[in-house]
Design a protein around this ligand. Structure first.
Ligand code: DC
Length: 240
């Protein structure tokens, strides 16, 4: 399933809908490395809803600002870029102004930079409007503020978490699987803790469990178990 996302015009895209009863909104929030995107993508497929990876959007913005040499404290320059910048998610890939940047957004450099850009109101406002415009046909969206800010009325709100050590281990495994050499666990753990702190302590849309959410601690769960749990919860809500 694909979704087209355009930062500049917030257009609502036409997404194939399996049937009307599937139009629910499922939000999955939580800290870095909790397994949100893997779980959200797989659960969306099983349920038959579009999947929105909002972390990828923030990463796409950080990639562009970094490429243009714009710092996170240069608000008006960022706003100028964001008025014409086009981000699209299609078939699990991220396109910036039509160019596939998927392989550029999950790098150690973007990992290090993204939280600072994501804390800026210019960036958040542009992306919040865009995210809401995608939900007319229901969706599964993962991020940090899906249940608290973007979709507080979602039918199902989940907060996925796991110990920092387990999340750092998962991040290392992902990087090794992508072919990265010299992956240093202690450094990854330090970054995970630092990014959590930054995301939780920022003024706008800080990371925290949404009111009425279900908290799932996945430290001792396999990814399959988490996907099963989220899928069955969502199916319950679809029957209501
Ligand atoms: O989930 P991720 O690691 O790809 O997210 C990248 C960064 O984007 C992370 O530091 C927090 C930020 N983010 C956010 O502030 N709000 C979201 N809805 C999604 C991500």
């Amino acid at each position: 399933m694909s979704e087209d996302i355009n930062v500049s015009d917030n257009s609502v895209n036409a997404v194939d809908r399996p049937n009307e009863t599937h139009k629910i909104i499922v939000t999955i929030d939580g800290p870095a490395g909790a397994g949100k995107s893997t779980v959200a993508r797989a659960a969306a497929k099983r349920i038959g809803l579009p999947y929105l990876d909002t972390g990828a959007l923030y990463r796409g913005v950080a990639w562009r600002m970094n490429k243009d040499g714009i710092n996170a404290d240069e608000g008006s320059l960022m706003s100028e870029v964001l008025t014409t910048f086009k981000l699209e998610q299609r078939n699990g890939k991220l396109f910036a102004d039509g160019v596939d940047i998927t392989s550029h957004i999950r790098t150690p450099e973007i990992d290090r930079l993204v939280s600072v850009y994501a804390a800026r109101p210019e960036v958040r406002n542009a992306l919040v409007d865009l995210q809401r415009s995608q939900a007319v046909n229901g969706l599964v969206a993962d991020g940090r503020d899906m249940g608290t800010v973007v979709f507080p009325e979602a039918e199902l709100k989940i907060f996925l978490t796991a110990s920092a050590e387990e999340r750092a281990r998962r991040r290392c495994d992902e990087r090794i699987a992508r072919g990265e050499k010299n992956v240093n666990y202690d450094e990854v753990l330090r970054q995970v803790i630092e990014r959590d702190r930054y995301d939780m302590e920022r003024e706008i849309a800080p990371l925290r469990p949404a009111q009425g959410c279900i908290i799932l601690d996945t430290t001792d769960m396999s990814i399959e178990e988490v996907i099963d749990a989220v899928t069955s919860l969502a199916k319950e809500f679809m029957r209501q």
